[in-house]
Every structure is written in C-alpha cells, then in structure tokens.
Design a protein around this ligand. Structure first.
Ligand SMILES: Cc1cc2nc3c(=O)[nH]c(=O)nc-3n(C[C@H](O)[C@H](O)[C@H](O)COP(=O)(O)O)c2cc1C
Length: 193
C-alpha cells in the first residue's frame, strides 16, 4: 500500500503525527509526505515535535516546491491521499485545481485518477465560501472528514480525541485499526421516548 500524507497550515498537527505513526506501524505501507510552508509555521507554533521528527515518520519526504516529484504525476500509482489538517487556503486550491505547490498538485492528481482523497478541513466558524469549497471538493470525489470529536465514546484525554479521529481516517482508507472506539449500543436498552 502506498499513501500520500499532506500536512497544511491549519491547527491540528497532532492528527497528522498520529496518522503517520499509525501508518508506519503497518508492514508494507509506504508513505509519501509533503508539508506545506504554512504547516511548517503551524508545527513550530503548536507542536512539541519538530519538523524533522515528523518527517522521520514517513518513508519519503517531498519538498512542497518540488512540482517534479513522483507524486505530482498520475503515472505514479498510489492508494490515496489524506490532507490533514487541511487549511481553508489548501481546501480552496484543491477545489479549484490550483496546483501551485506539490501538496495541491498531488491532491489534484489523486482526484483525477479516481483515487481516494480525504480532506480534514479545520476552521470554525465556517462562512458560506468555506462550505461552498467543501461542497465543490466533495462533488469532485473528495471525502470531507472534519476533525469533529465524538463524545459518546467518552474520551478521557486530548490523545483519546486525536486517536478516535485518526481511527476514523484509517477506516476511510480501509485499514483495520484499534484506534477508533466503536459504538456497540448502550449497555441497557434505551427507549426512544
Ligand atoms: C498556528 C496557526 C494555526 C492556524 N490554524 C488555521 C486553521 O485552523 N485553519 C485555517 O484554515 N488556517 C489556519 N491558519 C492559517 C494558515 O496557516 C494560512 O492561511 C496559510 O497561508 C495556509 O497555507 P497552506 O494551506 O499552504 O499551508 C493557521 C496559522 C497558524 C500560524
């Protein structure tokens, strides 16, 4: 399995780190990582991990400026891409096929080849333009997976919330995992009314 992970400059770098750690633990999974310029700033400002620490989790790291990288071409076969977190700027670029950097170009290639593209957009509140861009990306085939915590799983820590989200991303990639806490129904029956 070969996957691309794109990190853009929104809050939520912890999701990307956990995803890369999880993919690294899977035998036979090759990861290609591209970190945008905006993400490098966000990493410095909100993560305890350094850019180098994060890059070390991937099999191959591509510069966001390298539009000649393997992942810029559809002829380089992959099993999909996750953009996590996805800033509104990167969402806009993807929805408009504005491939001025490698992250956006790789996402555009993923869509045009009919491969799975999962976007984890992070912003709140959302104006109509943000919602329109998500709608347009969804119409083109992207899966829009905002990092919205589930409280029914009774998270005890921030890490529980991050793990739950990353588990859902792995589910979307078709990867078995123990991270997502799965609802089994209430212990005792609950009447609707
Ligand atoms: C610490 C930090 C957090 C940010 N969080 C968000 C965010 O959650 N969502 C968003 O759309 N932009 C956020 N931004 C702004 C983006 O980083 C900025 O628009 C940047 O140009 C995005 O570029 P990129 O998409 O190429 O990474 C944040 C910026 C910083 C420095």
């Amino acid at each position: 399995m070969r996957l691309i992970v794109g990190i853009s400059g929104a809050s939520g770098i912890a999701y990307a780190i956990r995803l890369l750690q999880s993919l690294r633990a899977i035998e036979g999974c090759e990861t290609h990582l591209v970190i945008s310029k905006g993400a490098k700033l966000a990493i410095r400002l909100e993560s305890r991990e350094s850019i180098g620490d994060i890059e070390a989790l991937a099999d191959e790291v591509h510069s966001d400026r390298n539009l000649a990288a393997s992942i810029a071409s559809g002829s380089f076969r992959t099993d999909g891409m996750v953009v996590v977190p996805c800033s509104m700027k990167t969402l806009s670029a993807i929805a408009n096929s504005y491939g001025a950097n490698l992250l956006v170009r790789a996402a555009d290639v993923t869509l045009k080849e009919g491969r799975r593209l999962i976007l984890v957009p992070r912003e709140t509140p959302l104006h109509a333009g943000h919602l329109r861009l998500m709608h347009e990306a969804a119409l083109m085939g992207a899966i829009i997976a905002p990092p919205v915590p589930a409280f029914y799983s009774d998270p005890q820590s921030v890490q529980d919330i991050v793990d739950d989200m990353v588990g859902r991303l792995l589910d979307l990639l078709g990867i078995d995992n123990e991270l997502a806490r799965r609802w089994q129904g209430p212990e005792s029956g609950i009447d609707h009314d």
